[in-house]
Design a protein around this ligand. Structure first.
Ligand code: SF4
Ligand code: SF4
Length: 95
């Protein structure tokens, strides 16, 4: 969540099996919400750490939901189409 206190209704999800680790999404994010996990980055994003089923793996990118505003720049920037959306809010009935 960012300064406007309005949580986005969707967050990007990175499919690591498609990811080439080009880092374009990291560079594209205006909120520095995409990181390679370390104990430091996890400590900065408690919400992400709580969401983990298993411990972080080194070759994995994380989206820090506390900083993501759902702008979509990372989705557009990814050359491998490895980033999709996960709806987390009430987005209404399916179309
Ligand atoms: S949706 Fe926007 S703020 Fe969220 S991770 Fe992607 S580029 Fe960053
Ligand atoms: S832009 Fe796509 S391929 Fe590149 S690091 Fe991000 S998720 Fe991986």
């Amino acid at each position: 969540m960012t300064d406007n206190n309005q949580a986005p209704l969707r967050y990007p999800v990175i499919e690591m099996s498609r990811c080439s680790m080009c880092r374009a999404c990291i560079d594209a994010c205006p909120n520095r919400a995409i990181e390679e996990p370390t104990s430091f980055s996890c400590a900065k994003c408690v919400q992400y750490c709580r969401s983990m089923i298993a411990p972080c793996k080194p070759a994995k990118l994380i989206v820090c939901r506390e900083r993501c505003d759902g702008c979509g720049r990372c989705v557009i920037a990814c050359p491998e189409l490895a980033i999709d959306w996960e709806a987390v809010g009430d987005v209404g009935p399916p179309a």
